[in-house]
Design a protein around this ligand. Structure first.
Ligand SMILES: Nc1ncnc2c1ncn2[C@@H]1O[C@H](COP(=O)(O)OP(=O)(O)OP(=O)(O)O)[C@@H](O)[C@H]1O
Length: 275
């Protein structure tokens, strides 16, 4: 894992430049990422929104080193300096991910044979058991209402409880960057609010960077900024938008499609501090 020679601006946690991803070829080719460039500031909560199929999940997987772009670069700020994911071997990438990244998957991705507690502690046990802060573990588990479910295996948990186990798993080792793909999608309003609250706390109290895909404008309004995707590109970045402003921006992105991103430059909207 070799730090880049070019200095990365201090306050950037993740930077992507000209990312392209293509599935298939010819007439059936799908391009979920089209020369997409984006930067996520460190210690901030950023939401990613966009119409279905606009490339949100693909972007998250590629940024987290779980999938590889066809072209473009991703730079991750680590304790030892900025690291370009493209320059890493599979083994180095795994180590960088374990040390720096937490991921909350849309489909939970829990290990069926393991209890909730074992699932939550899996990333830390894979790294040799380091960074297990039992007080923080208890705090996260309590906040997510999982204290009496720790001995259960995933099939004994509801979908919402499984999602909360996945959230706890991503947070307990306190990675610098947490990617969350629709973390509240399967939760009721109360459980969803707890998860958002915990992600907000991760940013405000623990200085982590959270990048969250959501379809829910109210959830996105909890974030500091929202990056809006359309057709595999960033079309707008809204700072401190309200839920109605986000809902309106989403409608516009859905109706304008690729026309909104034709210039290749995204708009930046400062919508004021209301949430
Ligand atoms: N492994 C794959 N093979 C082929 N096509 C894929 C694959 N993964 C994603 N796609 C396609 O890439 C496009 C973007 O998918 P992606 O899941 O990134 O979108 P999304 O914005 O997250 O959508 P949603 O909001 O519906 O979850 C879609 O057209 C999808 O069908």
């Amino acid at each position: 894992m070799k730090p880049l020679n070019s200095p990365n601006p201090v306050h950037e946690a993740v930077r992507a430049e000209s990312l392209t991803k293509v599935y298939g070829d010819g007439d059936t080719a799908v391009k979920p990422l089209q020369e997409l460039s984006v930067s996520f500031p460190a210690g901030c909560f950023t939401a990613v929104m966009g119409p279905s199929g606009s490339g949100k999940s693909t972007l998250m997987h590629v940024l987290a080193g779980l999938d590889v772009p066809d072209s473009g670069t991703i730079t991750l700020a680590t304790e030892s300096g900025p690291v370009s994911l493209a320059g890493l071997s599979e083994k180095q990438l795994t180590l960088v991910r374990r040390a720096n990244i937490g991921f909350i998957f849309q489909a939970y991705n829990l290990v069926p044979a393991m209890t909730a507690e074992e699932n939550i502690l899996l990333p830390t046990s894979l790294s040799g058991g380091r960074n297990v802060d039992s007080e923080f573990f208890d705090q996260v588990v309590d906040r997510l209402g999982l204290a009496d479910r720790l001995g259960h295996r995933p099939f004994e948990l509801s979908g919402g409880q499984q999602q909360r186990v996945a959230v706890a798993r991503a947070l307990v080792s306190r990675p610098a960057v947490v990617f969350a793909d629709e973390p509240t999608g399967n939760l009721d309003q109360t459980a969803g609010a707890e998860v958002l609250d915990l992600l907000r706390t991760a940013v405000d109290e623990f200085g982590q960077t959270v990048i969250m895909v959501t379809h829910d404008a109210t959830a996105a309004a909890q974030a500091d900024s929202t990056v809006l995707l359309s057709d595999g590109r960033v079309v707008e970045t809204l700072h401190h938008p309200s839920a109605p402003q986000l809902a309106a921006a989403m409608l516009q992105a859905a109706s304008s499609g690729s026309a909104g991103s034709a210039s290749g430059h995204d708009r930046v909207t400062e919508a004021g501090p209301q949430r």
